[in-house]
Design a protein around this ligand. Structure first.
Ligand code: SIN
Length: 475
């Protein structure tokens, strides 16, 4: 298990003696301690990235691509070990953790293919006086701030395209779950990534760390995944240096079930959309709008499926939902549930925290929730599903869009034309139409409104880590 800082290709202790305790949220026990990076360590990491980036940018795309492909293979070869680290520090079930490694590794394979296909353009100026040549050099040094809910995949979704495009990076992994990030960085060096290109500096003093890194002259870009609240603060600070940004922020996804939907398929999709990775995803379905003709059937069947969920340690292979990340998360979820119940929601299943060690919450379905309830406005980030019945389609669409968030939406209907019309009207970057999962390295991941800026994955993702330069010339 790696528990130091990776700076300039060398593992080292922090410049001060601080340590960060990593807790197992299933038991509340300390797993280990990692070195606590200081602002000075962040600056050293930026210096190292700056020094390594020039040579990497000049390395042939085919060579960069082959190294990325080797990273994919190396991560796949270490699936069991990495998945165990994820379960230990995040708590999600082993099957989800293994799925996360497959997903995380795939960003390397996908971007290995994109690395040799970064395109430019050439055209003739309308005046005929000169040619217009457009090409895409790398940005330089990229700062990455990543979340605890996907300790592997939210790093590789940024890192693989950034490296493919010719950048060097400095990563601040989440203090709750830094172990996976450190081991991945170790494996990437084994896979052939030159030292200094990937620097990983966990810290318990995020604000001071970030201030030091963001002011480093070589840093030209910030890529962040996390809450909208924190994203706003980082954006303001990044504006001081006019950094390029890609921001993957919070969600509040509506999940719409029309009268003509296949209710069993909708329940199956709802379970995926709500519960994957222990219900701690920004893509999670947050509000379930069920049309009056199927609302009772949907609520009853959804509650029955949630009652089958087994909570516990992710190391128990029969468990399908792990703990929440910490006690505060349990308090936050419970606060939303209790206020919805006080406002008149019925409890179809669950409805309270689980007593004892660990940060567990009962899988919960609430019926007859009002769209105006705080639980419909907040990003729940826990295994709780409020069902809001509707009769008027226009009013339902208004309610679905009545949020500053716009990451994901889900629509269930047997009428594909109606499904597509509805999908177009949902103000969200990603829609699952008769599907409960949208995430795919080959698709553009990102949000509208306050859910983010830019896209990760797909053909677009690598260009986020590039500049555009145009050369006017003639011959
Ligand atoms: C997230 O929750 O931040 C990402 C979810 C995903 O990639 O599926």
């Amino acid at each position: 298990m790696r528990n130091e800082l990776l700076i300039g290709g060398v593992w080292r202790q922090g410049s001060e003696d601080g340590r960060i305790a990593v807790l197992d949220p299933a038991t509340d026990e300390v797993v280990t301690e990692v070195a606590d990076g200081t602002p000075a360590d962040a600056i050293a990491a930026c210096d190292a990235a700056e020094a390594a980036q020039v040579k990497w940018a000049a390395t042939a795309p085919r060579v960069r691509s082959e190294i990325l492909r080797s990273c994919w293979q190396t991560l796949v070869d270490h699936t069991d070990e990495l998945a165990s680290l994820i379960v230990r520090e995040h708590g999600k079930p082993m099957a989800d953790a293994k799925g996360e490694i497959t997903y995380a590794a795939e960003f390397f394979r996908w971007n290995a293919e994109e690395t040799v296909r970064i395109r430019g353009e050439i055209g003739t100026a309308p005046s005929g006086a000169n040619k217009i040549i457009v090409h895409h050099p790398p940005v330089g040094v990229v700062l990455m701030v990543t979340p605890w809910n996907f300790p592997a995949a939210m790093i590789t979704r940024k890192l693989a395209p950034a490296l493919g495009a010719g950048n060097a990076v400095v990563i601040k992994p989440p203090r709750e779950a830094p172990l996976t990030a450190l081991r991945i960085a170790d494996l990437l060096q084994e896979a052939g990534v030159p030292g200094g290109l990937v620097n990983v500096v966990p810290t318990s003093t995020s604000g001071a760390w970030f201030d030091a890194a963001v002011d480093h002259r070589a840093v030209r870009m910030l890529s962040f995944t996390g809450s909208t609240e924190v994203g706003r603060v980082l954006l303001r600070r990044a504006a001081d240096r006019v950094l390029k940004t890609v921001m993957e922020l919070g969600g509040n996804a509506p999940f719409i079930v029309f009268d003509d939907a296949d209710v069993d398929a909708a329940v199956q999709g709802a379970m995926v959309a709500k519960m994957r990775h222990s219900a701690e995803t920004c893509t999670a379905a947050n509000r379930f709008y069920a049309e009056a003709g199927v609302a009772d059937e949907f609520t009853t069947k959804f509650a029955a499926a949630m009652a089958e969920v087994k909570i516990g340690s992710g190391f128990d292979e029969t468990v399908t939902c792990g703990p929440l990340i910490n006690k505060k998360a349990v308090d936050d979820v419970d606060g939303l549930v209790q206020s919805a119940i006080s406002a008149g929601a019925s409890v179809a299943v669950g409805g309270s925290r689980v007593a004892g060690a660990g940060c567990f919450y009962q899988p919960t379905v609430l019926g007859n929730v009002s769209h105006d309830s705080p639980i419909a406005a907040a990003e729940i980030f826990g295994p709780v599903a409020p069902v809001i019945p509707f009769t008027d389609h226009e009013e339902m669409i208004r309610q679905a869009n009545d949020t500053e968030m716009g990451l994901t939406g889900y629509v269930y209907t047997r009428d594909l034309a109606k499904g597509l019309r509805t999908s177009e009207r949902i103000q969200a970057g990603m829609i699952g139409l008769n599907r409960g999962a949208v995430s795919d390295p080959a698709a553009p991941f990102g949000g509208m409104k306050q859910s983010g800026l830019g896209r990760e994955g797909s053909g677009e993702g690598i260009y986020e880590f590039c500049e555009t330069q145009y050369i006017a010339t003639s011959w």
